[in-house]
Design a binder for this molecule. Sequence first.
Ligand code: GDP
Length: 357
Amino acid sequence: MEPKQAKPAPEARQKAREAAWARIRSAKAADPVRLAEQLVAGNRVALSQGITWVESRLPEDRAGAEALLEAVLRLKTPGHSSLRIGITGIPGVGKSTMIERWGQMMIEAGHRVAVLAVDPSSGRSGGSVLGDKTRMSALAVHANAFVRPSPAADALGGVARATHEAMLLCEAAGFDRVLVETVGVGQSETAVRDMTDVFLLMVLGRTGDELQGIKRGIMEMADWVWVNKADGPGAAVAAEAARALQLALHLMPRPEHGEAVGILTGSGETGMGLAELSLAIEGLGERLRNSGQLDALRTAQRLAQFSAHVRLALLDAVRERPHMQAKWLQLQTQVQHGQISAFSAARSFVNGLDSTL
Ligand code: GDP
């Protein structure tokens, strides 16, 4: 018999979230329309509760979460005054340090800033790669900012769905700059790219060879690349990295908006280069807005969310039907033993689903 394993931390984390949620549900605020009204009026507690609701993995919360989203969207038609900025980079590249500073600059410029995270590892490894509340400590307590730790990971699709919905709630609550950060793990960049208007890749100043390690697919998603930690002794290597990146990016297709991918070096810690980065990103956002491309982007984002929702709803439908689970296991065994082709098994599974939906 296998030794009994210690209870993993993710479960404890999930339990805490569910307990928090149970408290919210039992409170009067669990009326979605009322919560939507409070949220749109700028009530931060209502925003937190709303996000907890859309993050809930319990099937019985889904209808309420949808009612909340619908009520919010009815009360506040999403405008295009917001800018959704995706930020990706490996752990340690300096995302939180940079966002802490950049977020405050945005606030000084009159914006309200929300920071969300898509962290595919949170909950699985006992702790999120993107960390929790201790990050961005100044921003986290600022009246014009809202920092939300990453939701507990379910499937990446589930985390991405929750983050996208959280983003809509933040915008409805008056946050007009939404930063969504993620790490270079799995498909999380694609998920964040699909829900944001502008995408920033953060890298470290490294030599040309080390830069080869950056996944090409990620480079192709970027609108801007920021070589971070270009302070002190890091300055020379950052400049060298920027030159190497320039050459590499030259060979790649341009982003859909047609502007060449920009590269900047700077330091999130000292703030060097951040004003330029801010101008660059805001400038791109403005051009996208004025040319009508932002409309097209938002439509594409809604369509991407629609397919993601359909996939998740199908998965939920399967999970909620024990006989479909049994069928899954049965077909899985047959595929494992080579008794049926993967293709036929998949078709047989989907056909079975047809008659139960
Ligand atoms: P994240 O994991 O990408 O969010 O990275 P953090 O912002 O937590 O930063 C990781 C480490 O790098 C921390 O020890 C920071 O103090 C340090 N760091 C972050 N930004 C800079 C920077 O611009 N320059 C230097 N020299 N160090 C930095």
